[in-house]
Write a protein that binds this ligand. Sequence first.
Ligand code: ATP
Length: 231
Amino acid sequence: MLEIENLTLKYGQSQILNGINLTAKPGQVTAVMGTNGVGKTSLLKAIAGRHPYDQGEIRLDGKKLDHLSAFGAARAGIAYVPQGREVFPLMTVQENLESGFACLDRAERGVPEKIFELFPILKEFLGRRGGDLSGGQQQQLAIARALITRPRVLLLDEPTEGIQPNIIQQIGRVISQLRDEGEIAVVLVEQYFDFAFDLADDFYAVNRGEIVMHEPKQTIQRATLLERVSI
Ligand SMILES: Nc1ncnc2c1ncn2[C@@H]1O[C@H](COP(=O)(O)OP(=O)(O)OP(=O)(O)O)[C@@H](O)[C@H]1O
C-alpha cells in the first residue's frame, strides 16, 4: 500500500502541493482528478522521485521512502508512466522495453511473456522504432516498460491523452486486469472523466494543491465529483 502523508512541494517560491494525504491500495485503481495546473503531475513526480518534495512522508508497504531519487523509487517498486510517454523515438520497441531493466538486478532482466499477453501489438513490433508507433501504441509501450520493473505501484499520468478510442478501451482493459490481479496499486491521473469514473475504485479531487474531495466508488455521486474536478 502506498501512503502519502501531509506532502508539500514547491517550485521556487510557489507552493504547489499543500499537505496532500492519499492512500492507494493494491488491487485498486485510485483516481487523482482536477483541472489543469492543480498539481496532479507534481504529485506523481514527487512519488516517483522525479522532483524533491519539501515536507511530508511517502510510505510503501509501511516502509518510509526517504526522498528517493527516480532510480531509488523505481527500485523500491514505484513505476511511473509520464504524461507524454517519454518513449525513446530512435530506439526499437525491444530497446525501449529493455531500458526498463536499469533498476533491476541482472538475474531479473528479462521481458516477461505476460507483457506481450497484455500488449500483443508490441511483440509484433519489437524491431520497429518507438517514434514510428502511433500515440496509442507508444502509450502501451510506456506502460509495458513500466511493468517490466514488476512494480508494487503504477503511476499513470493521463494515459488517454491524445489517443484513439479503441486503444483507450484496450488500455482500460489492461488497467482493469492489473487491478483484478490484486498485486499492484494503480494511481491514475486523468482528465477524461468517464474513463476514470468507470475504472477507479477510489477518487481524490485536487484543487490548488489540496485534496478537496476523497470518496470511494461505493458512495460517490458522479455529479458531485464532476463539479469538484471542474472548478
Ligand atoms: N518545473 C516547474 N517549474 C515551475 N512551475 C512549475 C513546474 N512544473 C509545473 N509548474 C507549475 O505548477 C503547477 C502545477 O503543475 P502540474 O503539472 O503539477 O499540474 P497538473 O494538475 O498536472 O496540470 P496538467 O493537467 O496541466 O498537467 C502549475 O501552475 C504549473 O505551471
